[in-house]
Design a protein around this ligand. Structure first.
Ligand SMILES: [Zn+2]
Length: 220
């Protein structure tokens, strides 16, 4: 039987990771582990962590590794027990080098360490700021509409037809903050995978289809 395919997507905010994750899911019938989804799901439980999570997310702060990891591990266990699992895409983890080590350990434990692809969707800082300050969000379902390719011209939410607005916190200052965070926390992760010969770097400053094609080529 073919080993499940596991894809770890890395990239700055605005790199289009989410869009590519969706394309990959459809192409290979993959499951999806997004840290954002896990955290939002956890927030809805009315216990201590749920309430605290609501505060942390509202402030735009990061949840600690221990907390996100419990959620992540539960999800991975569920997938391990799933019949005919084709694999999964990880979007939003690792966010820190510690998490990269933990993920390696977990993938080894679940005997999934043989078919892991780490893909960096690379865009410049300038492009990241541009996209982050131009992107929109659906007022109804909160879907984020990235400022790339055909999405630039979209007038209504592709998912629910809702009204699109700019988020008040998508400012140049907050975009620059995200870039600073990326440099501090995610660069060590990128270097870790690169030194191990596991990193594939894709030019993220091309149309969505072009990025996708390059990813497909790289994971063959
Ligand atoms: Zn919507």
């Amino acid at each position: 039987m073919k080993k499940p395919l596991i894809i770890i997507l890395l990239g700055k905010s605005g790199s289009g990771k989410g869009t590519q994750a969706e394309l990959l899911q459809n192409k290979f019938s993959l499951d999806y582990i997004g840290s954002g989804d896990l955290l939002r799901f956890r927030r809805n439980k009315k216990d201590f962590t749920g309430k605290k999570m609501a505060e942390v997310l509202a402030k735009g702060d990061l949840a600690p590794t221990a907390v996100i990891f419990k959620l992540w591990l539960d999800k991975v266990e569920t997938l391990k027990n799933k019949k005919n699992l084709k694999g999964f895409v990880m979007d939003g983890n690792p966010r820190k080098i510690l998490e990269a080590y933990l993920i390696d350990e977990v993938l080894e434990w679940y005997e999934w360490d043989k078919n892991v692809k780490v893909v960096l969707i690379d865009i410049s800082n300038k492009e990241a700021v541009w996209r982050l300050t131009k992107r929109r969000i659906c007022k109804e379902c909160k879907e984020i509409i990235p400022f790339v390719g055909q999405f630039r011209k979209v007038k209504k939410c592709p998912k629910c037809n809702g009204r699109l607005i700019q988020r008040g916190d998508d400012t140049v200052a907050s975009a620059k903050n995200r870039i600073k965070w990326f440099k501090k926390e995610v660069w060590p992760i990128i270097n870790y995978y690169r030194k191990a010969g596991r990193l594939v770097k894709i030019n993220g400053e091309q149309p969505i289809e072009g990025v996708f094609k390059d990813i497909l080529k790289s994971i063959k």
